[in-house]
Ligand binder design. Sequence first.
Ligand code: CP
Ligand code: NVA
Length: 299
Amino acid sequence: MPLRHFLTLDDLTATELDRLLRRASELRELHRAGTLHQPLRGRVLGMIFEKSSTRTRVSFEAGMAQLGGAAIFLSPRDSQLGRGEPIEDTAQVLSRMVDAVMIRTFAHDNVERFAAVSRVPVINGLTDDHHPCQLLADLQTWREHRGEPAGRRVAWLGDGNNVCRSWMQAAALLGFELRIGCPEGYEPPDLAGATGVRHVPDPAEAVRGADLVVTDVWASMGMEDEQKARLAAFRDYQVNAGLMGLAAPDALFMHCLPAHRGEEVTAEVIDGPQSVVFDEAENRLHAQKALLELLLLGE
Ligand code: CP
Ligand code: NVA
């Protein structure tokens, strides 16, 4: 089986993505029925976390256990990575011992360097530039609630961050429109020429008629110093009942979590009937199990 990595959503074709999302929904049903499904018996996933995590860690660890395998958690505090061992050396060593590696780190270049010398599949569990695993879960959730995304419209409100950039790749792959409602200066860097994507600086215009409204924290991990400036810059981009009221009447609300109620979203919206944030969180488990099947078994 050819070695393949999952560093951004673009590592999948549209057909593979479609198949993976369907498989994720099947795996959810198997899990809910309590059916034992263990095609990864004896396989091990190494997980390197240079940033905090609740969902990503638990979904990969539980997912590997449910598929019959195991996962090992490594942080810079307790591995030699934190004491300056080169990424390439770590990659060579780990990939002789485990069957796949998931990495959450800062510079996207770190996962690319790791993958360049790895003998086993490398999965991006979030970098400063992309969060492709989140998109698998979000797209699964959207399909499960509303059917096919093609031809629909998504409004992204707030920072043009890692999750936003993965939404941009999803728009091109699945053929939906993405309106990015963010202030000047906070647009994603690769906006120019992106298929199906428009920067709409006015938040009301960005949200008007949208089928899905998505937001995320205004200061991502690693941007703690910018917190105050960002609170001011994004003030008008809070997803509240007023803005949601401009979207389509059956619009859904998504947030990858963790969320800050009263900042990027009001409690009324995130805890309200249009919000599917906990389905998104649950689907991290099912979507990543489908991803592990694809990367490790080729199916
Ligand atoms: N959404 C997400 O990736 O959550 P964690 O930071 O808890 O993993
Ligand atoms: N954009 C956020 C997502 C957290 C899951 C961050 O990078 O901190």
